[in-house]
Design a protein around this ligand. Structure first.
Ligand code: S3P
Length: 182
């Protein structure tokens, strides 16, 4: 593995369940920090030339996770940025190790009701298709929360506007970051 980065120069990686607002909040956090923004799910789709539902349908979840691991590994070699990761990324032991060594990890956390409302009825998330999203998200909370808790920082987003979540992250990050280099 490539060496650790000093904490102040690390990418800020957002983890947390589907519907918690990682992409929206990540984009605004990047603006506030004047850093580039990357969305791991979009990068996986670009690398595969397929949408996430297509990758799951044609190749299965294990292949998706392998692609996710490769893509996040590549992104974490890039200069410091804000990185939104898919909800399962931090659950993969190798991806998690990499993120712990090369990023400052921020767990975004919200009430179940908030996430259920935010995921809505979209069919872009294979884990939710054909199932009750509340049930799935509750199962994932039970299974994933003990692991998400290993993130460096936890920020409760709940129903607050994205900017409030960004302020909370900035406050939690204070003192951990070096000024952005131009
Ligand atoms: C997943 C979350 C999704 C996407 C894929 C699997 C998960 O990303 O990576 O559908 O396992 O929780 P978001 O968390 O951005 O919805």
């Amino acid at each position: 593995m490539t060496p650790d980065r000093p904490p102040g120069a690390r990418t800020i990686a957002l983890v947390g369940l589907m519907g918690v607002g990682k992409s929206t909040i990540g984009r605004r956090l990047a603006q506030a920090l004047e850093l580039p923004f990357r969305d791991a799910d979009q990068e996986i789709e670009a690398a595969a030339g397929r949408s996430i539902p297509e990758i799951f349908a044609e190749r299965g979840e294990a292949e998706f996770r392998a692609g996710e691991r490769r893509v996040i590994g590549r992104l974490l070699q890039e200069p410091r940025h804000v990185l939104a990761t898919g909800g399962g990324a931090f659950m993969d032991p190798q991806t998690r190790e990499l993120m712990k060594h090369r990023a400052i990890t921020v767990w975004l956390k919200a009430e179940l009701d908030v996430m259920v409302r935010r995921v809505g009825r979209k069919t872009t998330r294979p884990l939710l298709v054909g199932r009750d999203s509340r049930e799935v998200l509750q199962e994932l909370m039970d299974r994933r929360y003990p692991v998400y808790a290993e993130a460096d920082i936890t920020v409760v987003t709940d129903d607050r506007p994205a900017n409030a979540a960004v302020d909370a992250i900035l406050a939690a990050l204070a003192g951990r970051l070096e000024p952005a280099v131009g």
